[in-house]
Ligand binder design. Structure first.
Ligand SMILES: Nc1ncnc2c1ncn2[C@@H]1O[C@H](COP(=O)(O)OP(=O)(O)OP(=O)(O)O)[C@@H](O)[C@H]1O
Ligand SMILES: [Mg+2]
Length: 454
């Protein structure tokens, strides 16, 4: 089992906690050191290092959150488990955002403490390299299988990096086709669960009892037709991640059970008398406004907060159109290989049409359009005629084939310049116009003509 060399620092001022945990940990073979104040914690941490730090949120001479923040600044890879009073969801959510590995609530259950500790301790022994990825993120144009170098995507990459070393739940929001599932996979792949299962739950229109038995399994004889024990998806996903494809479709009674899995890290299969412990990371996606559903009483508020510890908001493609050329390139390579065709390229006019289209179906729609063009192509240059009518409609009418190259080049240069300037001007058009040395009305016209969205 656990190596006796695993060192744990407990920062808690309650004598009883020190006593109980001290005994529990030493029985389990850990080496524990206990302190009762922030001051002492810093003093000890200056001289010694620990695999895991157990930190109470309320200390006599300060707040645990500040201590957490300071520890994380010094060593972002240091696993810290927060000890919170029962029911203080907001604080624990904040703690997870600050990088806590996990939290346990008082009064705690021994096996829960040991489970969380065991996983956290494993974290610290991770090779350094695993955690250093974040450094040169700002120059990335892709991350795992995700393509994109726009600012919103850089932020997404940063968030993925931030959550890899914890078990936090993540809520991914975005319109249909924006890549929610891809992001969920990347979170799974980037963390230390990569070798473990990634299970996707499409709850869709599934009736709640079926969904429940799918998720939690059932024992033999739990209901008519339950002739054998069936493992639920949570068991299948053990040590891995489970991804709820559209969390808003989960019915109320299953929502309650889900909350319990998140809080207690255990569940009860249908018809069973004994709960099963699980260590599964929960990821969820939605293309609805979940908070609005909470307000309308259609989604549990407590579950929402538990899921929304880290929120990844995927902007629609039209709001990060800078990424389109890269995405097009990516899909061109993918589908020309798949179809045994040589290197293919869109003509500037076709690319222009792609850039001006509004992409209501986002990246999935773009991918389909590119695939279609590749399949239909007979030449290495893909022209407008290979694009669907709706996409073509946005293409500017240009006469004289010679002019296309220059026009296109100028427009693209202008588009980039304007976008860049708008960014510098924090989106204030009037300011951007000043920087560019044109009248606000001129800039406005250009923005409209070039189909720039910012
Ligand atoms: N940034 C990206 N880079 C490369 N491919 C992407 C990107 N985003 C999405 N895709 C691709 O687009 C398609 C749709 O993505 P995905 O299924 O993850 O979207 P979704 O948000 O889950 O959609 P829905 O809401 O319809 O379920 C997939 O084939 C995915 O690989
Ligand atoms: Mg999806």
């Amino acid at each position: 089992m656990d190596s006796p060399k695993v060192r744990v620092l407990l920062v808690d001022d309650e004598g009883i906690v020190q006593e109980v945990l001290g005994k529990l940990l030493s029985d389990a073979g850990y080496h524990m050191k206990g302190v009762g104040t922030v001051k002492d914690a810093y003093r000890v941490l200056k001289k010694e290092s620990f695999h895991v730090i157990l930190l109470d949120l309320m200390l006599p001479d300060g707040g645990g959150l500040d201590v957490l923040q300071r520890i994380k600044e010094k060593d972002p890879g240091q696993p810290v488990i927060l000890i919170t009073a029962y029911g203080s969801i907001e604080t624990s959510v904040q703690a997870m955002k600050l990088g806590a590995y996990d939290f346990i609530t008082k009064p705690f259950k021994n096996d829960e403490v040991l489970l969380v500790l065991r996983h956290a301790a494993r974290q610290k022994s991770l090779p350094e390299g695993n955690r250093k990825l974040g450094k040169d993120l700002m120059t990335r144009d892709r991350f795992h299988d995700i393509v994109g170098k726009s600012k919103p995507m850089q932020e997404v990459y940063g968030l993925i990096e931030q959550v890899t070393s914890s078990r936090t739940t993540v809520l991914i929001q975005g319109e249909s086709g924006t890549g929610k599932e891809l992001i969920a996979q990347a979170i799974h792949q980037a963390g230390n669960r990569a070798e473990q299962p990634f299970v996707v739950v499409h709850s869709g229109t599934m009736p709640s009892d079926l969904l429940e038995s799918n998720l939690f399994g059932h024992v033999r004889g739990a209901f008519t037709g339950a002739v054998a024990h069936k493992k639920g998806l949570f068991e299948v996903a053990e040590k891995g991640s489970i991804f709820f494809d559209e969390i808003s479709t989960v019915p109320a009674d299953v929502q309650a059970k889900l909350l319990r899995v998140i809080q207690e890290k255990e569940f009860l299969p249908l018809g069973a008398v004994k709960t099963i412990k699980v260590d599964v990371r929960i990821l969820a996606a939605t293309n609805l406004d979940l908070l609005e559903m909470v307000r309308r009483g259609e989604f549990r508020e407590d579950l929402y907060y538990r899921l929304n510890v880290i929120n990844i908001n995927l902007p629609p493609l039209r709001d990060r159109i800078q990424d389109l050329p890269l995405l097009v390139e990516h899909f061109l390579v993918k589908y020309s290989q798949e179809n045994g065709k040589g290197p293919l390229r869109f003509t500037p006019r076709a690319l222009r049409a792609l850039l001006t289209f509004s992409w209501p179906g986002n990246i999935r729609e773009l991918e389909n359009v590119v695939e279609r063009a590749v399949v239909l192509s007979t030449k290495t240059r893909l022209n407008l005629d290979l694009l669907p009518e709706a996409v073509r409609a946005g293409a500017p009418q240009i006469q004289g084939i010679e002019a296309i190259g220059l026009d296109e080049a100028l427009d693209r240069y202008e588009t980039e310049l304007i976008l860049e300037t708008l960014k510098r001007a924090h989106g204030v058009q009037r300011k951007a116009a000043k920087i560019l040395g044109v009248k606000p009305s001129t800039l406005n016209e250009k923005i409209k003509r070039l189909g720039i969205r910012h």
